[in-house]
Design a protein around this ligand. Structure first.
Ligand code: FAD
Length: 469
């Protein structure tokens, strides 16, 4: 009998334990992607990027003599129908840990088991299962450094290469067409402007990892904080969609460490931040939508998205250069440098006193590496309401941060057009990407700060000191 490999955020054939397990069942394997209730709810850019990844995987499968069957609907209904149609007795999928996917998967598993199908999730999205890491007291970790210490010396299985035979069935069930789903429909920003910044598929992901290890990991520790430099791996885009496995990244990092590459340990630590985010989400799912420290529910953050300040923040016209450059970088490339993410998050939640959920949601709409766990953790870290977070009274100064991290203004020049007589191509491309209704032009005067640093800092500290918790 055939087995179904239910494809989700694991768009790869190499080192994919769910695929390996489906093949192990012995019969032909039918790869299936379902545009289901969870994926339908994704923000514009992630959904579009996910669709491009799915398209790429379908092509890769075809080149290998297989196919990707596409269906749309509730995952439980689609899979139950498919096992009836195909006589499949086995379904395997890569385990997910965020509450939306967990709820969906529980329902799917129960329904398939009721139908007499051997239905199982397989670990592949993470290196360290969230329940396998615990403190001496048998609790989960709330602080990163001890989490890192407890996993850093673990044996991570070596990645396995792409299977040579995908064991396709003789006949295939019907498939819908990806074009009919129009996954780019919500991309109001110019998709053709964002497109050249993408790096799609598992071969591109592996090449990106190899280039990082060969050229940048040695100096990673020194360069990773400068948003104008090409100092980081940019693998988040591929990790988000499972186009590369975390253990492939880990093993490459370990090899670099053994070769004496200076930045290797820091890179491994960053990969573990991703694991830590999932550890937190698994043990306290409320972190994806509410304050992890619940007393913060009483903090007087603005939650009204229509406020002019929120609009200015989203549109990259706060008059705070670092913030605006970063917001424009994200709008054009779907990516934002980590230092910039921290700065825009601090400015929104502190200077502008807006709820982190507004920023979380905007990132969810704009990022090509959108990840429910890292995004929630990043926002709550910045806002001060999360575990192991930066305290609220620590307010980044977005002006002096420029002198520290963008001394020669490479990043500002790359993303801001208004103040330069010969703006860069990238800075100008922002104006091609934005909707007309934003009414912005490179010839505009660069705006005065909507909330200058000193005033914003004072406002944030006052609100913090007068809180009633
Ligand atoms: P590198 O520096 O090369 O790091 C290697 C890998 O380690 C990354 O690809 C990523 O998988 C992981 N990593 C690095 N830093 C972090 C971190 N702080 N938290 C979790 N994992 C990390 N990351 C996402 O992948 N998706 C998100 O939606 C996301 N939202 C964020 C929101 C905020 C407010 C903040 C402050 C951070 C967010 N991050 C998110 C984390 C981080 O900014 C990105 O992972 C990083 O910038 C990706 O670039 P890179 O691949 O070049 O990273």
């Amino acid at each position: 009998a055939p087995a179904i490999w239910w494809v989700r955020r694991d768009l790869r054939l190499g080192d994919n334990p769910a695929l390996t397990e489906a093949l192990k069942a012995g019969g032909p394997v039918i790869p299936v992607f379902i545009l289901d209730e969870v994926f339908e709810s994704y923000g514009a850019c992630p959904l579009w990027r996910f669709g491009l990844g799915v398209e790429h995987l379908a092509k890769t499968l075809e080149e290998a003599g297989s196919r990707l069957i596409l269906r749309r609907g509730k995952a439980k209904d689609v899979l139950t129908a498919l096992v009836n149609e195909t006589g499949a007795k086995t379904v395997r999928w890569s385990r997910a840990y965020d509450p939306d996917q967990v709820a969906r998967d529980k329902g799917v598993k129960a329904a398939l088991e009721d139908a007499g199908v051997d239905a199982k999730s397989v670990a592949g999205h993470l290196m360290f299962e969230p329940w396998s890491v615990e403190t001496k007291q048998g609790e989960f970790y709330k602080v990163y450094t001890p989490f890192w210490r407890s996993v850093k010396d673990r044996d991570v299985p070596a990645p396995v290469s792409r299977p040579s035979d995908l064991n396709p069935p003789q006949s295939w069930p019907d498939s819908e067409k990806l074009e009919d789903w129009a996954l780019d429909a919500a991309m109001v920003r110019g998709a053709d402007i964002v497109r050249p910044h993408l790096n799609i598929g598992e071969d591109a992901a592996s090449a990106r990892l190899a280039a990082f290890i060969a050229h940048r990991i040695d100096a990673y520790d020194e360069m990773r904080d400068f948003p104008g430099e090409d100092g980081t791996s940019r693998l988040s885009e591929n990790l988000a969609w499972g186009e590369i496995s975390p253990r492939a990244c880990w093993h490459a990092g370990i090899r670099a460490l053994n070769e004496g590459k200076k930045g290797a340990e820091t890179f491994l630590k960053e990969l573990v931040w991703r694991e830590f985010a999932y550890h937190l989400v698994w043990h306290t799912p409320r972190i994806v939508s509410g304050n992890w420290r619940e007393e913060w529910d009483a903090f007087p953050w603005n939650e009204d998205e229509r406020k002019a300040e929120v609009k200015a923040w989203k549109q990259g016209r706060t008059g705070i250069r670092f913030v605006d450059a970063a917001m424009r970088e994200m709008y054009v490339t779907g990516h934002m440098h980590n230092r910039a993410r921290m700065i825009v998050a601090s400015y929104l939640t502190k200077h502008l006193l807006c709820h982190w959920r507004i920023g979380q949601k905007w990132f969810e709409d704009c990022l090509i590496d959108w990840d429910p766990a890292s995004n929630a953790m990043g926002w709550q870290w910045s806002a001060g309401s999360g575990p192991d977070a930066t305290p609220y009274f620590r307010v980044f100064n977005p002006v002096t941060q420029i002198d520290k991290f963008d001394k020669d203004r490479t990043y500002l020049k790359r993303w801001l057009a208004e103040e330069y007589s010969r703006p860069t191509k990238t800075a100008l491309s922002y104006f091609d990407a934005i909707p007309e209704s934003w009414n912005m032009s490179p010839d505009d005067e660069y705006p005065e700060p909507i909330v200058p640093h000193d005033e914003g800092r004072k406002r944030a500290l006052d609100a913090y000191e007068n809180r009633d918790f």
